[in-house]
Design a protein around this ligand. Sequence first.
Ligand SMILES: [Zn+2]
Length: 541
Amino acid sequence: MATFSFRRDKIDAGELRKQLLDPAAGGYSSFEGWVRNHNEGLLVRHLEYEAFEPLAIKEGERIVAEAIKRFGIEHAACVHRIGDLAIGEMAVWVGVSARHRAEAFLACRYIIDEVKHRVPIWKKEHYENGDSGWVNCERCAAPTAEHGPVAHAHSTHHHGHHTRLSTPVPDYSRQMALKEVGAAGQAKLRASRVLVVGCGGLGVPVISYLAGAGIGRLGLVDSDRLEPSNLHRQTMYALANVGELKAELAAERVRALNPDVDVRAYTTRLDALNAPDLIAQHDLVIDCTDNFSTKFLLNDYCVQLGKPVVFASVYQYEGQLQIVQPGSACLRCVWPEATRDGIVGNCSEAGVLGPVPGIFGGLQAFEAMKLLLNLPGQLKDELLVLDLLTLTTSRVRTKRAKACPEHAISRAAGAQAAAVAQANAGPLAAALGASHLGAPSPLELSFDTLDQAHEDGFDIVDIREPHELRETPTPSAHARNLPMAALLHGQPPFKPTRKTVLVCATGRRSLAATQELREKGITDVYSLRDGVKGLQARLFT
Ligand SMILES: [Zn+2]
C-alpha cells in the first residue's frame, strides 16, 4: 500500500489495519483524527480539507519513511481525507505495526505530529453562525510533548492544544482565505524566487510584505550602509543599526518575520558583471533603486533573460509604476533617449516624505503578488503615474518599440563587455574611472581641492541648484554656477574653451551630465568624483 495517500470518500480503519498485519510484529498502534463540532468557541457544522497534493504526498511519504528508520518499526501508513467532511467523520488515520509497543506508540505520534507540521493541508471550518474560515492546522500541531496529550487537531474532546505555543509557526490563513489564493496559491508563492534590488524606501515595504506572504526565496541586493537620514522612510531598521549593511539588516529582519523564507543578502552594487547571474536565479525582479543607470541595467538584462521586472520611481510627492515583462514595452521603448542617473533628483537631494516610497513599495509588492498568483488586473503596457498631493492617477499607454527587445539586448551585451574590460583593466584604470560605457578618456577625476583643479588648468562648473549652493557654497573662488538643466539644455549655450570639471553634491549628477555632454561631442569635460561631499571628506580625513 502507499505509505501516504489522500481519500475523498470515508476512511475504513478496519481495512487499512489489515494491510499492516505482520506475524513479526508484536504490536499495532493507531491514531484517528475526527472532525469535532467546535473550535475556539465557535460551533462547527462541517469542514473542508484542501491539499496541494503532489507536494503533500511527497512530504507525507518522507515522514513515514523517517518514522520507519528512526523507530525501527515494521510498517506504517497515513491516510488523510480531503473535500467536505461531516462532524464525527475520520479526517486522518495513522497506523503503525512494530515488534514492540513502545516503538509503535512513538512512531505513530511522530507521524501525526510531523504530518500536521509539514504537509501542506488546509482546513476550512463552516460554523453554526453561517461564517466560515480557513484554519491553519500547523497551529494545532505545535509541540505538545512536554505538556500532555498528543496533538488532537481533529479530535472531539480536547481543548488544551490552543494554549500558547513555545515556538509559533508562520500562519498564512488570512491570505489563504481569499479564494484566489487558497492552498494552490500559497504553494505558488512558496515556490517563487524574487530578487529585490535596493533595500531602501521602496525595498522596505516590498521585502516586508513578500516575506510575510511566504515567498520561497528572497534575494536582497544593496551595498549601502544604514544612515540616520534613512530611517524616516525605512522603518524596518533601527537607529542602533546605523552604519551596518542594509541588505544584511533586511535579511535578518526577514528571518525574524518568517523563518519559512530562504533569504540571501548580496551586499554588492548591481553591475553588468553580477546582474545576469543574479537575475537568472530568480523568477521575478523588483527594482527598488533610486538611480537610472541601475534601472536601465535591470531593464536590459531582464528583457534579455525574459524575466518580469516591477519598476517604481518616486520624486517628491509623486511616483510611477511600470512592469516590464516578455512581450511588453520596456524602459527603452518608453524612454528611447534614456535620461541618465541624476537628471531626476534622488531622495537625498530632492527630499521625500516617508510614506511616499512606502506607498509605491506597497504597490510593487502587490503587483508582484498579482504576477506570481496570476491574478487579474495586472499592469501591462501602461505606466501608472500617481500624484499623492492631489491623489490623482493617470495611466499612460506604453508602446513596444519595433526594435525591442533587440536594442535592450544589444545594450546589455555592450554593458557587460565594457564591464569585463574594466574589470580586466586593473585597479589603475578603475581608479581613473575608465567608463563602463567604454569612453576613450576617463569620465571622472579626483582632486584634493577645487583650487588644485583650477591650477591644473580646469574650468570649474558647479551644476547644483541655487538652494544647494546657499547651503553649501562651492569650495573655490574660481567656480561658476550653471544648474544642470540649464547646462544640458544649452541655456546659455555651453561652449567650453578649456577642459572643464563639473561639480555636484555627490558626483552622480555631474557624471550623468558629463556623459550627456560627451555624447553631444563635447570631449574635454569631466566629472568631479564624489562631488563636494568627497572634497569635504578628504579635508576632514
Ligand atoms: Zn523595449
